[in-house]
Design a protein around this ligand. Structure first.
Ligand code: ATP
Ligand code: FE
Length: 335
């Protein structure tokens, strides 16, 4: 079975071709335009998707050495995401499915971040059900109990900012470019994580909160800069390391609680922030010390990509879960 998948929920235009659960091509065009603005500008994202979608899909087909006529289905991200961005991928997928007269399959982007672990790739194991999925991304921070491919339940989530948002906003305060997450991660590796102490919030149940950390960093920087204008410049690595240390502490604490509560020790992370080196190291340690079974995705399947949309599309194809072409994009779309 050949499936073409399309992802356009935020600021990456992506297309992939799968042969069953194997990736034949995985193409991503990251929109550079947002860097100038320090964050994603929805109207500009939508326009860039319109320009990128045809060449990105063409390239995915070419790299896979597949002709359109060989495709068995088109999978696309229906939501959640930015409406103007989602509309581009959704409309394109609908038109192509109609033109080729093949089934259309809608995919939930957050389910896809977790099910990316089922992509056939000899370099990683696939999780066993049930497992705890943790989505750590630019718009979400959730703990999900995954009982089966399409039977999952959010058992904890952030009450305010997402973890990726905290990275990007704190990074911005430190004068770093957007998206700041990967830059903070890199600088943190050269800094002292105990140099400064930021508070770990007390949040009920399995929920998260990152806005307090953001505010704490803001006030701390304001105070220190009054004493020394060059404070950030002189302490950048230590600031990144201390911030990252706090984030990891928050995530570790909640995961331990979730494992205890559910008695599930198999843990799979997903989403852009799961590329983070400190989070990966923390999980590897838990695997050793707490006998967890941890699943860490390959880098190319962490931030937004269409391969993860394709793998969900493949499982839906096997189940005959097709979507009517009358479907529409859905900006708010729960797991
Ligand atoms: P969502 O999936 O919730 O709709 P999104 O698709 O915008 O949001 P992703 O592409 O999954 O989010 O992730 C992007 C986020 O990941 C950004 O906030 C970025 O800073 C962060 N990120 C990427 N790499 C790293 C890293 N190594 N360390 C920390 N954060 C990172
Ligand atoms: Fe995402």
């Amino acid at each position: 079975t050949y499936i073409l998948s399309i992802e356009s929920s935020c600021d990456d235009t992506a297309a992939a071709v799968l042969e069953n659960s194997r990736i034949l091509s995985n193409v991503v065009a990251t929109q550079k335009i947002h860097e100038e603005y320090g964050g994603v500008v929805p109207e500009l994202a939508s326009r860039a998707h319109q320009q990128n979608i045809v060449p990105v899909v063409d390239q995915a087909l070419k790299k896979a050495k597949i002709d359109k006529s060989q495709l068995n289905a088109i999978a696309f991200t229906r939501g959640p995401g930015l409406m103007g961005s989602l509309l581009v991928g959704t409309s394109f997928a609908k038109s192509l499915a109609l033109a080729l007269d093949i089934p259309l399959i809608e995919v939930n982007h957050m389910q896809a971040h977790l099910l990316a672990h089922f992509i056939d790739d000899a370099s990683h194991r696939k999780p066993n059900f049930p497992f705890l999925g943790i989505t750590l991304s630019g718009g979400h921070t959730q703990i999900v109990k995954v009982d089966d491919y399409f039977s999952m339940e959010v058992i904890g989530e952030t009450l305010d900012d997402a973890v990726g948002e905290a990275y990007d906003k704190c990074g911005k305060m430190l004068g770093l470019d957007y998206p700041a997450g990967p830059i903070v991660d890199k600088l943190a590796q050269k800094g002292n994580p105990k140099a400064f102490e930021f508070p770990v919030p007390n949040v009920k149940d399995l929920n998260f909160s990152f806005s307090g950390l953001k505010t704490a960093v803001m006030y701390f920087l304001e105070k220190k800069q009054k004493e020394n204008q060059d404070f950030i410049k002189e302490n950048l690595n230590d600031l990144c390391a201390s911030f990252q240390f706090t984030v990891v502490k928050i995530i570790k604490k909640k995961l331990e609680k979730a494992v205890k509560q559910t008695q599930i020790r198999e843990v799979a992370i997903g989403g852009g922030v799961s590329a983070n080196s400190a989070i990966r190291t923390m999980l590897q340690k838990q695997e050793k010390n707490k006998k967890w079974i941890c699943h860490i995705p390959k880098f190319e399947y962490t931030t937004d990509n269409a391969a993860m949309i394709g793998i969900v599309g493949y499982y839906k194809f096997l189940n005959g879960q097709f979507t009517d072409v009358k479907t529409s994009a859905k900006a708010r779309y729960h797991i």
